[in-house]
Design a protein around this ligand. Structure first.
Ligand SMILES: NC(=O)c1ccc[n+]([C@@H]2O[C@H](COP(=O)([O-])OP(=O)(O)OC[C@H]3O[C@@H](n4cnc5c(N)ncnc54)[C@H](O)[C@@H]3O)[C@@H](O)[C@H]2O)c1
Length: 545
């Protein structure tokens, strides 16, 4: 296991040591360390263990009245003592993940200007054009993993401009906590190209550029400069695109995926986590994926990403491409996506079926198409109404209902409604956390179809193997590995995903599967080791002193 390592150029003594979050151990510095490192007198005399420090953090955290305050407190800890922060996150992932990532991070981004204390990551604005490579040199570490956003579509909350920085920061924390990617290798970046959000433009605390978004050729060349500079400054770096709006997300992914080590988690990570959930659901209901009919509410990055991977998985089960496509249908804000509709954007065309008349609303689409599964990824809160859920229950013995939109206010339905209106028959996954639901004496434990089951392991596998590219085959392998981690006990209580506290074991399995693909396809840096799992595990950061 890799410990938090120190960089020779870093200050190693006295107060500056206590102020370096990568090296600070606070009250856990031993008597000997205090003497050797010039810390005597700078700390209270009592020496605490890391466990006591972690307990103290949790005790304090639990007294705080709101999730946003807990988010701020955890960020402050992250800025003070990185190892302790990750110890607390790793040991209490169920409790802490919703505080450092979705759903709380959505509110944190909305209030980013107000709660801002210390910068984390890098802010590159359109004013930096022509100098991005020079600016990236200011990052003091060797980045192997960049998560970058332009803040245009933060979760289901829309354009939050530079406030979107909370997302790369949160996501990279999960890379380290869930898969042990060393925090020092992680670089969160916001590309500040302005915002079209009027509220932010008028907000005195907004920290981004107060100008409208860069568009067209100027935007493309800015992102291109960033991509070139990032790859030159950090050779081999994995770049994850995050929360870009539709029109940029698909374009960037297609532009760079065959030449650079990139992926888009909103499209590909979501796809793998949803596919794994479908595999689990089918273990309960029986039946093959290739025989399902899936109706998506939403036709954006998540929906088409999932549909594309589902089509590949159906084809792997023997369906032709045409058959697989016919089994996936999309509903967007203008109704069912069908060939007859004019002006459909490019990413929807694959699912624009002919010989089907337009259908205006989701409930009618259900009654018309009779799907076995509905997947909500439209960020329209409450869209799975009681009528929608009852219609699915009337059509299917065990309807598959995934309400994946984030944050909680955007969820298509609550877990309670999903079970209640299907008489407890729904095979349910959610995008936001829900407590267990007891119905007619049976307790269901809904689990989040959260990308955090997938991207940390994928990132670790890519970094461990030194893969040059990130391929769809890797996401398919990740989905299978995740589904394989779901046990019979999970399924019997309605859980389609493994318990979150197993996430590091799950991520290691996903990473090994992803690395294996890299080796098999000749994408890896060197020859395959005898034991890929051991190679992956040897690279996992363990937060301890
Ligand atoms: N659970 C997870 O891990 C996970 C992963 C990815 C995305 N999500 C969530 O899914 C949601 C969508 O994400 P995305 O990346 O696809 O966004 P997106 O902007 O790419 O797509 C949203 C889609 O919803 C459609 N839509 C909007 N209003 C609609 C309406 N009234 N009826 C039907 N469709 C409507 C839009 O036309 C668009 O196609 C967000 O809330 C996001 O947070 C969750």
């Amino acid at each position: 296991m890799v410990d938090a390592h120190s960089t020779p150029s870093k200050p190693q003594h006295g107060l500056s040591l206590l102020r370096d979050p990568l090296l600070n151990r606070g009250t856990a510095f031993t008597e000997q360390e205090r003497a050797a490192l010039g810390l005597r007198g700078l700390l209270p005399p009592c020496v605490l263990t890391m466990q006591t420090q972690a307990d103290r953090v949790l005790t304090n955290l639990r007294t705080l009245p709101t999730d946003l305050e807990k988010y701020v407190a955890l960020n402050a800890l992250h800025d003070r003592n990185e190892a302790l922060f990750f110890r607390v996150v790793c040991d209490n992932i169920d409790e802490i993940q919703p505080l450092i990532y979705t759903p709380t991070v959505g509110l944190a981004c909305q209030k980013y200007g107000l709660i801002f204390q210390r910068p984390r990551g890098m802010f590159i604005s359109s004013r930096d054009r022509g100098q991005i490579a020079e600016i990236l040199q200011n990052w003091p570490y060797e980045a192997k993993l960049i998560v970058v956003t332009d803040g245009e579509r933060i979760l289901g909350l829309g354009d939050l401009g530079a406030n979107g920085m909370g997302i790369p920061v949160g996501k990279l924390s999960l890379y380290s906590a869930c898969a042990g990617v060393h925090p020092e290798l992680c670089l969160p970046i916001v590309l500040d190209v302005g915002t079209n959000n009027e509220e932010l433009l008028a907000d005195p605390y907004y920290l981004g550029l107060r100008e409208r978004r860069l568009t067209g050729e100027a935007y493309d060349s800015f992102v291109d400069e960033f991509m070139t500079a990032a790859r030159k400054t950090f050779p081999g770096v994995l770049i994850q695109f995050e929360d870009f709006a539709n029109h940029s997300a698909f374009k960037l992914l297609h532009k760079y995926r065959d030449e650079a080590c990139v992926f888009n988690d909103d499209i590909q990570g979501t796809a793998a986590v949803a596919l794994a959930g479908l595999f689990s659901a089918l273990r309960v209901s029986g039946g093959k994926l290739r025989d399902q009919k899936i109706l998506f509410l939403g036709a954006g990055e998540a929906a088409t990403g999932i549909a594309d991977l589902v089509v590949s998985a159906m084809m792997a089960e023997g369906a032709s491409e045409a058959e697989a496509l016919r089994r996936n249908w999309l509903v967007d804000s203008r109704g069912l996506v069908v060939k007859d509709r004019a002006g459909l954007s490019g990413h929807k065309l694959r699912y624009a079926h002919d010989d089907q008349a337009p259908v205006a609303d989701f409930l009618t689409a259900i009654k018309t198409l009779k799907p076995t599964a509905i997947i909500g990824v439209a960020a329209v809160g409450g869209a799975f109404t009681p009528e929608v859920l009852k219609a699915m229950a009337a059509l299917n013995a065990q309807p598959i209902v995934f309400a994946l939109s984030n944050p909680t206010s955007k969820a298509e339905c609550s877990a309670e409604d999903a079970y209640r209106y299907t008489e407890g028959r729904a095979l349910f996954a959610c995008g936001s956390p829900y407590d267990p639901v007891t119905l007619n004496g049976k307790t269901f434990v809904p689990r989040q179809g959260n990308n955090s089951y997938i991207f940390p392991g994928v990132g670790l596998g890519v970094i461990a193997s030194g893969s040059r590219l990130v391929t769809d085959e890797m996401f398919m392998a990740a989905a299978h590995s995740l589904a394989d981690c779901v046990g019979k006990n999970d399924l019997s209580q309605g859980s389609l995903y493994p318990a979150l506290p197993r996430i590091r074991e799950v991520s290691a399995r996903i990473a090994a599967a992803v690395a294996q693909v890299a080796y098999q396809r000749g994408l890896a840096e060197g020859p395959a080791p005898n034991d890929v799992m051991s190679q992956v595990q040897s690279q996992m950061y363990e937060p301890h002193y």
